[in-house]
Design a protein around this ligand. Structure first.
Ligand code: PLP
Length: 461
């Protein structure tokens, strides 16, 4: 298949007119710091103190395709795509066009009381993503909503409150998902008194050699029969694009079956084509699937999709709607999800993500050999550097050169890259050579990604 012969708008190389953050970004950044939660500015200040460098934010003005424009007139290549949500790139695109058209007709129906036709169609389409027929759907707005719903489903369906989750995993920050967040205990600890879900964490295997220990920990956690769910990301997202060995999910499937627990696949980051397949959990059939981020192409919508037999548990409450929300399943969000799915299929974006992503990761790996470890699947990519300080410094140097990236990984030492699935390979190539040049300049003769990794930084986003 030939991709991207006609170059779309928003596929341009960076153009930095003013060193970021420019004056307008600084002014707006200061105003933002004065009104938003102090947590965000405190993180910037801590990073600035640690790195000895300015960590001031840029402020976005507009986006188009794979480009972002800041309020100072700089143009960037966006390798984050709104934390991976903008699968089709920044607007205009099919999802935002559909949402706009739906908004003009009907912005809100009446949730679980009276649906819109768009909600009916979206639920049918989303149920159709589940690997077996008859699946049921519960919509939400955020990824955390979908995981909350999955955890509730597991409790209703099994009667067992325990959850087995994984170190390094991220499932959102509302209370249910937070209890199961293995990414950084620091996120959970301040709220521990509110987190009632009994969760046991097992190591997430990053290689075949680590598989045995991980599965033994899962087995041990299931042994007393109190766990109703194994909650797993098919590939760790915020945890740094960690790809487990291929037998990991099938083994978890078998363990869940033995223990009469549900297997919950959190595909909020991996789903909808990002990793080179519509679902990264295939060919395993989970009991419950969580979708979000890219589901609406950037328009907020998420879904908890479950096997018919499991979701039946929701029907046993005397007709009381025990899980709903004002904005769940709004017509614009449903229109966006339908259009996103249609576009993903029409353009075969999973195949594109696989081909473009495989070539990019190979190119990155070769260009950064000895200085970084490249991993991932499709267009979900992690570049592991020496340590968190280097990852932070490199991310700022990349910003100065017009590439927007995030740092991630449980140690904060990974550049996490999740561009739109529509990005032109030329932009990825420009990123590769910029990164290779930066690393060569920074570390010259040093080899290996780990020349004394400091345990310093908290995970970053
Ligand atoms: C795998 C995974 N699950 C859940 C979430 C939470 O999604 P949200 O931030 O939309 O609540 C995220 C967000 O990054 C995620 O990566």
């Amino acid at each position: 298949m030939v991709y991207g012969t006609a170059v779309e708008p928003g596929q341009e190389l960076p153009s930095i007119a003013v060193a970021p953050p420019g004056p307008r970004s600084r002014e707006l950044g200061a105003r933002m710091a004065a009104v938003e939660s102090p947590a965000f500015d405190a993180r910037r200040q801590a990073r600035a103190a640690r790195s000895g460098e300015d960590q001031g934010p840029i402020v976005y003005a507009a986006g188009r395709g794979a480009n972002v424009f800041d309020v100072d007139g700089n143009r960037y290549v966006d390798l984050t795509a709104g934390f991976g949500a903008l699968l089709l790139g920044h607007p205009p695109n099919a999802a935002t066009d559909a949402a706009r058209a739906a908004t003009d007709e009907l912005v809100l129906a009446l949730g679980d009381v009276y649906a819109s036709e768009l909600k009916v169609r979206a639920c049918e389409a989303i149920a159709g993503l589940f690997p077996e027929p008859g699946a049921r759907v519960m919509l939400g707005l955020s990824g955390a909503d979908a995981v909350t719903c999955a955890l509730k489903t597991a409790l209703l369906a099994t009667g067992k409150p325990g959850v087995v989750a994984f170190e390094g995993s991220y499932h959102g920050l509302s209370y249910g998902p937070l209890a199961a967040l293995g990414f950084a205990p620091a996120f959970r600890e301040p709220f521990a008194p509110h987190l009632g879900v009994p969760v046991t964490f097992a190591p997430y295997p990053s290689s075949a050699g680590e598989l045995g220990a991980s599965l033994s920990a899962v087995r041990a956690a299931l042994a007393d029969g109190s766990a109703g769910a194994i909650l797993v990301e098919p590939i760790l997202g915020r945890g740094g694009a960690v790809v487990p060995p291929p037998s990991f999910l099938p083994e978890l499937r078998a363990l869940a079956d033995e223990a009469s627990a549900l297997l919950v696949a959190d595909e909020i980051w991996t789903g909808m084509g990002r990793t080179g397949a519509l679902l990264a959990s295939a060919p395993v059939t989970p009991d419950v699937l969580c979708l979000g981020k890219g589901l609406g192409g950037g328009v907020p919508i998420s879904a908890c999709v479950g096997r018919a037999a499991v979701m039946d548990a929701w029907g046993g409450h005397g007709g009381t709607r025990i899980h709903t929300g004002t904005h769940f399943g709004s017509p614009p969000a449903c229109a966006a999800a339908l259009a996103t799915l249609e576009t993903i299929r029409a353009r075969d974006l999973p195949a594109r993500a696989r081909e473009v992503g495989d070539a990019w990761r190979a190119e990155l790996g070769a260009a950064c050999a000895g200085r970084a470890t490249v991993r991932g699947a499709g267009l979900m990519v992690g570049v592991e550097l020496a340590d968190a300080s280097e990852a932070l410094a490199v991310s700022r140097e990349l910003l100065a050169r017009g590439f927007i990236v995030l740092t991630g990984g449980a140690r904060g030492d990974v550049l996490t890259l999740s561009p739109p699935l529509t990005i032109e390979p030329a932009l990825l190539g420009a990123f590769t050579s910029t990164l290779a040049e930066l690393l060569a300049t920074r570390r010259g003769g040093l080899t290996g990604p780990s020349s004394g990794a400091s345990a310093g930084e908290r995970p970053a986003r």
